[in-house]
Design a protein around this ligand. Sequence first.
Ligand code: TRP
Ligand code: ZN
Length: 882
Amino acid sequence: MDIAHDSITVADAPPTPAEPPLIRREDYTPFAWIVPETRLHFDLGIKRTTVTATLTVRRNAKAAAVQVLRLNGDGLTAKSVMVDGTVSDDWVMEGPDLLLTLQGEDHQVTITTEIAPDQNTTLMGLYASNGMLCTQCEAEGFRRITFFPDRPDVLSTYRVRMEGERSAFPILLCNGNKEATGELEGGRHFAEWFDPWPKPSYLFALVAGDLAAKSGPFTTMSGREVECNIWVRAEDLDRTDHALESLHRSMKWDEDVFGREYDLDLYNIVAVSDFNMGAMENKGLNVFNTKFVLADSDTATDADFDGVEGVIAHEYFHNWSGNRITCRDWFQLSLKEGFTVLRDQLFSQDMRGEAVKRIEDVRILRAAQFPEDAGPLAHPIRPDSYREISNFYTATVYNKGAEVIRMMRSMAGVQAFRKGTDLYFDRHDGEAATCEDFVKAIEDGAGLDLEQFRLWYSQAGTPRIEVSERVDGEELVLSLKQVLPATPGQTEKSAMPIPLRVAVHDCESGALGAEQTIVLTEEHGEFRLPLVGSRPVVSINRGYTAPVVIERLLDRDALLFLAAKDDDSFARYEAMQELAVGALVAEASGEADAAQILAGREAVVEAMQAVIADASLDDSMRSELMMLPSGSYLFEAMATGERKADPGAIHDAREAMKKAIGAGQSSELHAAYERCAKVAFDDPAGVGARKVKTLVLGYLAASDPDKAAELASHQFDSADNMTDRQGALMVLSGLEHPAREERLASFYQRYSGNDLVIDKWFTFQALSLHPNVLAHVEALAGHPDFTMTNPNRVRSLYMALAGNPAAFHEANGAGYRMIADVIIALDPINPQTAARFVPALGRWRRIEPGRAALMKAELERVAAQDNLSRDTFEQVNRSLDG
Ligand code: TRP
Ligand code: ZN
């Protein structure tokens, strides 16, 4: 890559168009009008849909009096504007918005617009997918359907009439309850829907198409019967059982654990194959990515099943945390998302086991959120400004947001926390609320003082806790210092309360100390903890109570002790990770000499042996402990202070470690594999057994590729489920072995036509350890099944590539160039999805200088494109400036 040439391109480019405006949290003002009722009439067609909206508007007594009603639009032209039944000329366009001047206090405004769903590739607003019509309105998609005050603090009831051809759209769905249906002339029919619950426009949805339902009623705690439907294409009906069961379990759990009952007679979920994210919680009519609905053992892995259960739960829980109580403005997004993620995490913990689910959630936080917090896109869970709100549906708002609320729960205790959430639901039902409202309700209801805790909402960056300890008589003195790294726009920070569950064990006698919760509130703090022996080992941040990085130097024996013996599962996992991170980062950074590298590997191999042999573990937990830290987590651990990450060195060290484990534990791994291979698919122990098998194949692939190919081929050929097939094929696709092409081809043939499984086929190849991944990806981009218009397909190939450390970070920059090319090609088609590729390149500042220059040059090449979307413009420029 020629950097000099690239900067000439930049200099020659026409001046960048005006920046999209910066929206600030502090500028919030209530809307000047209320819209108690909204009526919508849809004349539906794939090529052309006509929308007539009638808004009942009234001056908002709580806002400044103005005559102008601002109705947001995005690419719309008004065919007609009427006020109180007469055509009005009293309006102008201001950019995309329609400004209407109204003389009185109360009016009816009727506006007709026309849209072209089949031209809509952004998948926001009304669009066509597989011959059906569906909508996505969060965050600002409703304004692509009709002119409306498209902001979450304007709540309205919706009465909707849908009309369309019966043959193309036999099923007509909308929010709320269906009130009427009937036939019209010319093979057309209609349905009328009414949603009695006032809602913001982002929760509006409609679906029209040829769909079939898997149905099953749910009886609520007060004895009402709710009709639940999972709508899919007829050929997918036999893959909907798990979704429906997950919905029923979610409904029951929210009653039992949060006291929340469902509030309509109908709950519809529709699966669509073209979708920007996971799913959407539209009132009474959730729209889902097919990936989070369809599952059977032949086509979905155990992890896919868990994904369906978790996302169904998430969207269902939004009915209270999001819909009944919504957000005042988009800066409050974590109010609904952080809380709902916490609720879905707690649900899945209850369904599948607390220890493993907690480890999985922390792994996601570290892989997705830590890099955000440490990079140019860092923002608090309640951001202060944005240009494009779609860019703030982030791991910070969602996952760190959940961690912040989880800390309140830990500090309050489960019962007091429930009092807090009860008060929140009670106090704010029917409102558009703020994060502050939530904190205040928890404070009042749970009886906590959260004054200082509010800093977690306003300060970005992952706190680092420096730990040191000394013995003083019968006590251990734990001293902690919190370091809050600077983030863009935030250089000075105040100490935050950091709750930590701790225990002091003794690694000589093996005695385990009692657990207690301490809260570090100042920059420095000292805590006296009782000793249970003369060789104390501190178990800290047990259960991962606080989303922080613990910095301490524990010797190998102490870590081996914690990994093998700690009574907190998370602490065991953490000790295994620390052991591996220490060894791998020392090796990758060149800080360890040859002898130290060997000793580091030996320690990990020894710990691994103990984990494989530990009869007290089930295989799910065993496989968590057997997992090496990801390349992305090692990147974070290496790029601290002045030290830069070297992805090539990290990859090499990690592969060498895998090889050492595979060679050092060969017979143990083979024995574990054989034992697990005997566990039947539907045995309750099957999920754990399959995870262990896949891990074993990975280690053997590093140490004995031929043997691994043989085992994986056999596993693939004899598999009776997708988990085993995928586990085998993931490993095979990384090997230079004839079995690779054979099995990839047979997999493709077997599943050709099944989009979700073909996505996997693209992913195996883009995520593999094969040395020619970039060439494979380039070829796959030309495959007849590849398309830039389907986000699942784009992600299956290119998100996988961006998450493949060896290929993406290839030292010549070819991986970076490929991702930048994708951003440029995808931006005009689907800006929301295009912008999601930017953060991978945005990590350039924390990487060694050679790669950093290449990444930066690619970002500059993207920045220099004409007509960038707001989405990509904002992400690229923040990544270059921040
Ligand atoms: N609110 C949705 C959720 O968290 C996600 C969402 C936000 C979304 N914006 C979207 C989904 C745009 C699809 C497209 O469940
Ligand atoms: Zn959500």
